[in-house]
Design a protein around this ligand. Sequence first.
Ligand code: HEM
Length: 510
Amino acid sequence: IPTYQWPDPRSRYIDKVLYEDGPDLLVSGCTPRFNSTISAQWLRVMFHDMSTHNVDDGTGGLDASINFELERPQNIGEGQTQSLVDFMPFTTTFFGLADTIAFGAALAVLGCGGPVIPFRAGRIDATSAGPATVPQPQEDLATHIESFRRQGFNITEMISLVACGHTLGGIRHADFPLIVTDNDTDVALFDTTKNFDNVVVSQYLQNTSQDVLVVGPNVTTRSDFRIFSSDGNVTMRSFLNNETFFDTCANLIERMINTVPNGVTLTDPIDPLQYLVYQPLLSYQNGTLIMTTALRLINASDNPSRTITLFWADRRGSFCPSTGCSVQTTGTQFLTTNIYLSAKGYNATKYLFNATINASTSISKFWFEINENDGSQPVAVDNGGSGFSIAQDSVFIDSLRSKTVFTSTDIFLKVVVAVRGDSNATSVAMTTFDPTTPLFNPTPPFLPNITVMNLELDESNPPEGGFTFFSGAATQQVTTVNYTGSVVGGTTFNVNDFDLKSVTFDLEFE
Ligand code: HEM
């Protein structure tokens, strides 16, 4: 299990999307949608995005170019646009649509009972369409072999990938009337189970297949038959062993999601961070700074006597004892619902903290001590001895003064930023990343709204305790914000990649 590099809001954000509040809820339980499943739609959109890859010149691949390609007949299908609508809310500047499509494919397989697929981040979103190179059922075997070769896969891998893909979902009559000829069928499923399993294989080998790309009335579009039988069924027969099928699918789908244009470097596979420290939140209240944060333990033993203490050190002057000021945890949460976390064999326990800090001596860093109270040595979680530093306490989003505002027509976030100094010499600007897609008739490409604004002096928060308060509005969909504040003396402080969505602001009704 990796340890946490501090400060690293980007790893923290990605960890959240993967292991806490991510898209997994949409597919856990192999959720049905449009007479298919959400998983089937996510897996297909990943394949269609990736299949622009060309091994010969290293262009294309999993780069979200699909965002600009959905008008093409080869990308027809009800689930395609909807899948991108599913993914957009999780995106931000450093975790874009391509990473979300890739992770979505891993979740899709898992949600329907398939194997765990490791995930690496770092894909780069394309800004225009790639070539129209998605394989289509009416093409002949030689064309498909060449198409998969160009994408980086040999014949055995092509057979495998089509079987791995076509264990989920099916073909829609409305979009493929020449393949699904029966007017009473909405979606002709590839096999009799909705799960990710080798039933598509066994039914093919037993001649009981219902896959219209195997047995459909139109011989020209029997592409699954041509592909599955292209090596005399050797590969398909090996998949009668479900473990072989799972291992092969996990490996090949992993390779697929890691197929990226030359020059893009992916991270190592991302596991949940041991000792994850949550983004600390500050608020100025009556001469004190209230700081909330949390520490997450992975696979901690079930020990009701465990105590965890948060320590912190002064920033200016001395108020805290040399061992640090300290506070005990205010509560714990056992995180169990995330399917990617549990499929990897982990559970997580979150310990919450709420520290009241003397505002004049303030805080320079904090750390934790875990005591099992069973005679064993307490464990320090202190970033290798240096503590988790608070880079500055001059410009911060004031988490208790910020609000979720309800008006008669709207809901928005009022983001309040506290700045040390008086208003004559201070100013604050904020950049918000809002990946909202339209509620009605969403039409790709979906591009985020990036808004740069100067914050105004906040009338409902008059200056207090040496701080001036500024505010600006953001939508509830904003994922991350950057903000920058200039203080007395001209120093400017920048805070990047603040995860706005992970903060729950108090409600305010106007
Ligand atoms: C020669 C190669 C392939 C051809 C010609 C092909 C063709 C098709 C067609 C025509 C559909 C119906 C789409 C709809 O009605 O919405 C479909 C569905 C699907 N394909 Fe493929 N496919 C190929 C390879 C793959 C691969 C490699 C994967 C993934 C690894 C994949 C995953 C899927 C999935 C999951 C569906 C179901 C979508 C749903 O139910 O909404 N396909 N495919």
